[in-house]
Design a protein around this ligand. Structure first.
Ligand SMILES: *Cc1c(COP(=O)(O)O)cnc(C)c1O
Length: 395
């Protein structure tokens, strides 16, 4: 059997290669940070990690993690409800709820699991899920596992959302589902208008704050802070794998009864291992840091403004963004790849995205800013963009 299957796989893999969609992995031999070294010897400035607050290699988080290994060991060897819950897990859950102004939190091994295990325990075929078309893959998969009737609205289009809400009035419960920040454009969900529609058409709201937690809003509480809606949405999901230290782990936070039901019925929670205590301990330290000071958010916001401002003045076409994601539009797939590889030669590591990751004809370079970048590093990147931009006649 395997011979035939192998041929089949090799053919499919070749198709992927022929389309130029084969993903290679660059091997990093230093900690994640503003500068990284790759195994081919170069040191590059990193503008493509989700390390928005520069916490991936933060000494305080490393210290908290090391201490937790001494006090709580390495692994849990259990799911939460058998013998995988420590005081650290409970403390982190409480701290995340306080951070977001919610009632309770449930931890998962990843936000992929939080989203994958969210919908099926809560809603049935009597209910409706109304989901933004550009929502993350984990939301799409989670919704597929649930029997609720599915409606999709165009990205951030609240007129379309309203139509779908009207169509869904027959259903018992309605849940509007959206990413907080959309990862390819860096735009935010129009949560102010979504909340009004939810009130008008009697619906609940779920927001995935994976790209916005720690980033959006003056104190990094995410899009609910941006729109002054703390505590007003029923469900928030998020990751510890981006701004929040970058290791691993996800969570759902929100109304007490919802979290309680997830602890009883959510399959990735019931049937998958508990996060290691060291991750919980570093998470606790992280939330404490965010509560004590806003220096990292302030730095990230000023870095983003500086970069966008300089790049726009140079004549680059930048998508309006309310996050730390800056899409430099090039429109042409080949150009985006050439541009990114020339930038790498200048020591700037960014990724060019094109169809099908973004719509056809919408190729771009995505720049992710971080509080870890200093002014010199930003200037070096801007100068490299200018040089390559002129060379390739983009500006
Ligand atoms: C990254 C991301 C996830 C997945 O988070 P993990 O913790 O890495 O599984 C889920 N949703 C959104 C919107 C994301 O950007």
């Amino acid at each position: 059997m395997y011979k035939d299957f192998q041929d089949h796989l090799l053919k499919s893999l070749n198709d992927i290669r022929d389309k130029g969609l084969y993903k290679e992995e660059r091997i990093i031999i230093t900690p994640q940070g503003a500068t990284i070294n790759v195994d081919t010897g170069e040191e590059v400035l990193n503008f493509c990690a989700n390390n928005y607050l520069g916490l991936s290699n933060n000494p305080e988080l490393i210290k908290a993690a090391k201490e937790a290994m001494d006090t709580h060991g390495y692994g849990m060897s259990s799911v939460r409800f058998i013998c995988g819950t420590t005081d650290l897990h409970k403390e982190l859950e409480k701290k995340l709820a306080d951070f977001f102004g919610t009632e309770d939190t449930i931890l998962y091994a990843a936000c992929f699991d939080a989203n994958g295990g969210l919908f099926e325990p809560l809603l049935t075929s009597e209910d409706a899920i109304i989901s933004d078309t550009l929502n993350h893959a984990s939301i799409i998969d989670g919704v597929r596992l649930c029997k609720a009737r599915r409606y999709r609205f165009e990205n951030t289009n609240t007129d379309d959302l309203e139509k779908k809400l009207i169509e869904a009035q027959e259903q018992r419960f309605r849940l509007i589902v959206t990413d907080g920040v959309f990862s390819m454009d860096g735009n935010v969900a129009p949560l102010d208008r979504i909340v009004k529609l939810a009130e008008k058409y009697n619906a609940m709201i779920m927001v995935d704050e994976s790209h916005s937690a720690g980033v959006v809003g003056k104190t990094g509480r995410g899009v609910t802070e941006l729109y002054d809606l703390r505590g007003k949405v029923e469900i928030i999901t998020g990751t510890l794998g981006k701004a929040f230290g970058g290791a691993i782990g996800g969570f759902t936070t929100g109304k007490k009864e919802i979290i309680d039901m997830l602890r009883q019925r959510s399959r990735p929670y019931l049937f998958s291992n508990s996060i290691p205590p060291l991750v919980a301990a570093a998470g606790i330290r992280m939330v404490d840091m965010m509560t004590e000071t806003n220096v990292l958010q302030d730095k990230l916001h000023s870095n983003t403004e500086y970069f966008v401002d300089k790049m726009s003045k140079l004549g680059f076409d930048i998508k309006p963004s309310q996050s730390a994601i800056c899409a430099v539009m090039l429109y042409d797939a080949k150009l985006s790849q050439e541009f990114a590889s020339k930038l790498l030669k200048e020591g700037i590591y960014v990724i060019g995205f094109y169809y099908p990751v973004v719509p056809d004809g919408q190729a771009r370079i995505r720049v992710q800013l971080s509080a870890a970048h200093d002014q010199d590093q930003l200037d070096k990147a801007i100068n490299a963009f200018e040089k390559v931009g002129r060379e390739l006649k983009v500006i």
